[in-house]
Design a binder for this molecule. Sequence first.
Ligand SMILES: [Zn+2]
Length: 566
Amino acid sequence: IGENITENIKTAQSIPLELNQPVDMVAVGEIWLGKKELEKINKERKAKGEPLFANTRNAAAGSVRQLDPKVAASRKLDSFIYDIDYFKSKEINFPETQLEELKLLEKLGFKVNKNYKSCKNIKEIENFYQQWIDKKNGQNYEVDGIVIKINSKKIQDALGYTGKSPRWGVAYKFPAEKVTTIVEDIKVQIGRTGALTPVAHLKPIKVAGSTVSRATLHNEDEIKKLDVRIGDTVVIQKAGDVIPEVIESLKKLRTGKEKKFNMPSQCPICGSNVKREEIGQKLEAKSHKLEADLSAAHYCTNPRCFAVEREKIIHFVSKKGFNIDGLGEKIVERLINEGIISNIADTFELEKGDLKPLERFAEKSADNLIKSIEKSKNVELEKFLFALGIRYVGEETAVLIAKTINTEFLIPNFKFLIKSQCKNDKINNLNDIICIFPKIKIEDWLRIKGIGEKAAESLVEWFNDSESVKLLEKMNKLGVKVLVNSGQEPINRKLENLSFVLTGELKNFTRDEAKDMIRKAGGNISSSVSKNTSYLVAGEKPGSKFNKAKELGVKIISEESFKKML
Ligand SMILES: [Zn+2]
């Protein structure tokens, strides 16, 4: 099972289509792409507006999987063959050493990397390794280490295998790449086991070929040991395809504004108590370093915590919400578990390099996901409100609010809103939502026909939670644009602060139409006449309201005069 990539492999010039001698064999090797070739490809992709490849490995993998061999051919793939898995020939004996094997491969017409060396002892191996730490950057291909093999085939056979790995060969990787960046925040992430892990949110930085924005801090003790603070410039290192680690904070660069981080005593996700457990077996050790000196982990005491957070994010990205293609339940779960996202707003911070450590996350799906996240940033108000997952605010309620917020349900009419604290008194964008929504009181929400007490209470509670506001502000900062229906008719303020009562039959419009017009012009409607009534609009055959208005001295106007006011 797998993909048939034979046609694409054949487009690599160094793959011989015919061998120099007739043999029956299986050769093992690598397809690679040169650094310069990657630059060229990315330049072309950029010009076409296509996503760029993060590194040569991904570009090579993407190329051999191309459905169109012509595209693969245009990529100038190259190869190194280094092993023979099966060999049958009448004329040639199977080589007895690794060195002879490489020479035979070359003789048959394969391209073999010439940078191999036969070493007599460990010291020679170490020297070779040290030389290559410097030499590796001068090659046209990426090198992440050397492979040490036993030369004699006889000894190789005697050593055999452990599972799939040979006992006669081992990879000796070069030290991980290190870069410096700034810790913009430290957030706590919940794992499947309930373990809370602090994660550094970084200023995005390119390391080992891709951009990352997260680095694990493992646990509280690690933070104390490194003395990492929010705002610090730190050294991070990335080895292979794993989440990068913070290995040092550069204290000399501190300005005094850095903030210390403490593990919260309440779970930041669900609010339950957090307990500290000494050397819990539950802790998922993610590196050897951690295994060596792990001492304690923090756990959320709520066993449902991870699941609840997962559900929230799944709801957020679902079709009726932000509709982010390619962010299914499984991926959400993995992203949370790896500490890459821990709340809904984090989704918009994802970088391609953050996705790469996820096992089997193909280059193409990472590209597509980043693209659909970008696309989802423009979201209609109703979908936005639904996505937030506010209790009792389902699809219908969200639509109701979105439809009426700038028309019937005018902010200037709010009785309980503390006015003139926001720049706008109309909802045009996320900024307005952040300023105005937390100030709307239950009584005002209830004025929207169809919104019940529970939804109103829930809306007030949600928008007044400082955590919610933080989420909204973060989304705003990360470029989320909420598209709001500005109201189908231009809104004027002609009837602002005026209160109307209708009586009798109107000739030109129905009662509801008249009410609509008053609301849209900023006026209020009341069903009975009082001292506070500004105008009684009297149609034909007015009822008892007419006399009441006369009694109270309320101005009575005809339908014609009313029309002129609009
Ligand atoms: Zn929790």
